[in-house]
Design a protein around this ligand. Structure first.
Ligand code: UTP
Length: 294
């Protein structure tokens, strides 16, 4: 058993405007766009549950009530399915429904940045470590990213950030970490920089949207000034925490799709279609034909 306080809660900041997906996001939150037949947010929630997370905390905003409805019972729909003996469909709905009392919602009234969205979860998270999953990043891997992070956390405690390698000439697009000595199955993080100028990145390990953070981050966020893009930046607050606490990097080996961007979203749909036995036979030959122009 780990001597470190268990990571029980996961925060999902879903209050962003999703401007890269306008006009769709005018009325549909980007987290509800579907990859094959599940909304993006469902993949991320499943990743958290696979890692042993017990309580889901959503930081929502205006026009996001459908996310709340999605994690609730749809009484009329279920009645209709029952009256038509649609048991397979009812099972899908039952599997997707979180246990009563294990989901909380709070509102970020203004989209002041990711750091501010995380801070809005402080009262619900309380004084314990928590997982943070950016819901537009979805991952495909044998073992879920968060599961590997929790395993590393059980060895090291402290804060964990998942990272992946990018081509060195692409580092300027990401949040990049500095790499120190190995600890457990990870490494010590020595620094962090958001979108470093070309040729200045301390490594090619980029932050992929999965974190385990200690609650002291909330105190820092409460006085955090606006940074890049005039938003309250999580990276700025993590940098301050780095001077007081340990951060370990978890090297995630799998595929990540940025569903907040059009290309990532389309690629996620192709990749997840091809990894589904029921869909692959329907789409593979046609995708090949489209690509080869036949
Ligand atoms: P992004 O910058 O990718 O999301 O934030 P966005 O602002 O919604 O997207 P674009 O750039 O306008 O297309 C990363 C995550 O942080 C959340 C977003 O919902 C997203 O999941 N976020 C961002 C908030 O919850 N609140 C904010 O103020 C900003």
């Amino acid at each position: 058993m780990s001597q470190h306080k268990k990571v029980r809660k996961a925060v999902f900041p879903v209050a962003g405007l999703g401007t890269r997906f306008l006009p769709a996001t005018k009325s549909v939150p980007k987290e509800m766009l579907t990859v094959v037949d599940k909304p993006v947010i469902q993949y991320v929630v499943e990743e958290a549950l696979e890692a042993g997370i017990e309580h889901l905390v959503f930081v929502t905003g205006r026009n996001k009530h459908v996310i709340e409805d999605y994690f609730d019972i749809q009484f009329e729909l279920e009645q209709t399915l029952r009256s038509r003996s649609k048991t397979a469909e009812l099972t899908i709905l039952a599997q997707q429904l979180p246990k009563a009392g294990t989901v909380s919602f709070t509102r970020q009234q203004e989209p002041l940045g990711l750091g501010h969205a995380v801070w809005c979860a402080r009262e619900i998270v309380g004084n314990e470590p928590f997982a943070l999953l950016l819901p537009d990043m979805i991952m495909r891997a044998e073992d879920s990213c968060m599961k590997g992070m929790v395993e590393l956390y059980d060895q090291t405690g402290g804060n964990i950030i998942a990272v992946e390698e990018c081509a060195p000439d692409q580092a300027h697009k990401y949040g990049i970490v500095g790499v120190g000595e190995a600890i457990g199955k990870g490494f010590k993080i020595t620094g962090m920089v958001e979108k470093p100028a070309k040729g200045t990145a301390p490594s090619n390990f980029f932050i992929n949207g999965r974190y385990i953070l200690q609650p002291e981050i909330f105190g820092i966020l409460s006085t955090q000034e606006r940074g890049a893009g005039n938003e309250i930046q999580l990276t700025d607050a993590m940098l301050k925490l780095l001077s007081r606490q340990e951060f370990a990097g978890y090297h995630f080996r799998g595929e990540t799709f940025d569903c907040g961007a059009k290309d990532g979203f389309i690629l996620a749909n192709v990749a997840f279609s091809l990894s589904r036995e029921d869909i692959r036979p329907l789409v593979e030959a046609q995708i090949r034909a489209m690509v080869s122009g036949k």
